[in-house]
Design a binder for this molecule. Structure first.
Ligand SMILES: O=C(O)CCC(=O)C(=O)O
Ligand SMILES: [Fe+2]
Length: 327
């Protein structure tokens, strides 16, 4: 029986299909992974030996470790890059980092009451997290995941992020530039994914904006005047529970929510660098188009010495020359 029900899902007006589920030893799995198609993987045992990672256990072993905790005035935790905030910008994020030791985080979410700011711990697993947890880290099913890395010709593992969310927390829609094997340890998370081909429906912020890679569309209250094509967005949905692993292909947009009334969630991701492309083949893949767009934006900002001029120059290139009113 599923450990969740439909009432725990947030309501959005988006067309949704299901992401397929495969057993870890299904012969079809490798073709999903190598073709950049998302898939929910069962039975891999990737994190089976760390299912004991709950708040009590982690508090016992990471109590005084300083952690990256994000605090939000609402349920959304929209990541921003502080290096992209410029002095002439009025940028007021509603969620922001508030580093604290693990025991403080654990106490705050245990004693949380309605009206309080919400918290979300997102900590890179490195050698600051304490010996005990590092020893657990060695017990992941590395043989399995590294065999997938090899088959798919991904680059090296770049990092693992441990994520501890309060029930109802949302990571708004964004994409990452890396391959992601996302493993759930405790609780249920709902993922809504969109392929790179839906770039135009999701309106990511400009590359030089602090919210680079994040959709501008607020799923709770979409502004269809500003973002009309969002009406055409069609997502792929899956619920990820303990011991499940979701493959999130690089450049796929994803929205993530810890189910309402489901208690806190503990999960861990495995980010791999993109593999090197041996031979470019045409037509290009949709994610390769996204890479080109990013590079054009970066190149213009660098040449102009001012990111705020990029939009006007793109308009000058486009309007009346490439726009639809020109033969
Ligand atoms: O689980 C979440 O809230 C966000 C995870 C995510 O965006 C990622 O692993 O890339
Ligand atoms: Fe992500």
């Amino acid at each position: 029986m599923a450990g969740w029900n439909e009432n725990q899902l947030r309501k959005y007006n988006i067309k949704l299909e299901k992401i397929p589920t495969l057993q870890y030893d299904d012969p079809k799995l490798d073709s999903h992974l190598t073709n950049n198609y998302p898939v929910l993987i069962k039975g891999s045992k990737l994190v089976s030996r760390v299912l004991k990672w709950d708040l009590d256990y982690l508090k016992q072993h990471m109590s005084s470790v300083c952690c990256n905790v994000i605090v939000s005035k609402n349920h959304k935790f929209k990541y921003y890059d502080p290096k992209k905030i410029t002095p002439n910008m009025t940028f007021k994020p509603i969620s922001r980092p508030s580093p604290m030791i693990f025991s403080e985080f654990a106490d705050k979410i245990t004693n949380w009451k309605k009206g309080d700011s919400r918290l979300y711990l997102q900590q890179v697993l490195n050698n600051t997290i304490g010996q005990h947890v590092v020893r657990d880290f060695v017990m992941f099913n590395w043989d399995w995941i590294m065999s997938k890395q090899k088959i798919c010709k991904w680059g090296p593992l770049s990092s693992n992020l441990i994520l501890i969310a309060q029930e109802g927390n949302v990571t708004p829609c964004h994409y990452d530039e890396q391959q992601n094997m996302f493993a759930s340890i405790r609780g249920y998370k709902r993922f809504i994914l969109f392929p790179p081909s839906q770039f135009e429906c999701l309106y990511p912020h400009p590359v030089h904006h602090p919210y680079d890679r994040q959709s501008q569309v607020d799923f709770d209250n979409p502004d269809f005047t500003k973002f009309p094509k969002f009406k055409e967005a069609c997502g792929y949905e899956v619920i990820v529970g303990p011991e499940d692993v979701l493959y999130i292909p690089m450049y796929w947009f994803h929205h993530v929510e810890s189910l309402k009334h489901g208690g806190y969630t503990v999960s861990i991701n495995f980010w791999f660098k993109a593999g090197s492309v041996e031979k470019i083949e045409y037509p290009l893949l949709d994610y390769q188009r996204m890479v080109i767009m990013r590079n054009v934006e970066k190149m213009l900002a660098e040449a102009l010495h001012d990111p705020s001029e990029v939009g006007n120059m793109l308009k000058t290139i486009f309007l009346g020359r490439y726009s639809s009113d020109v033969d």
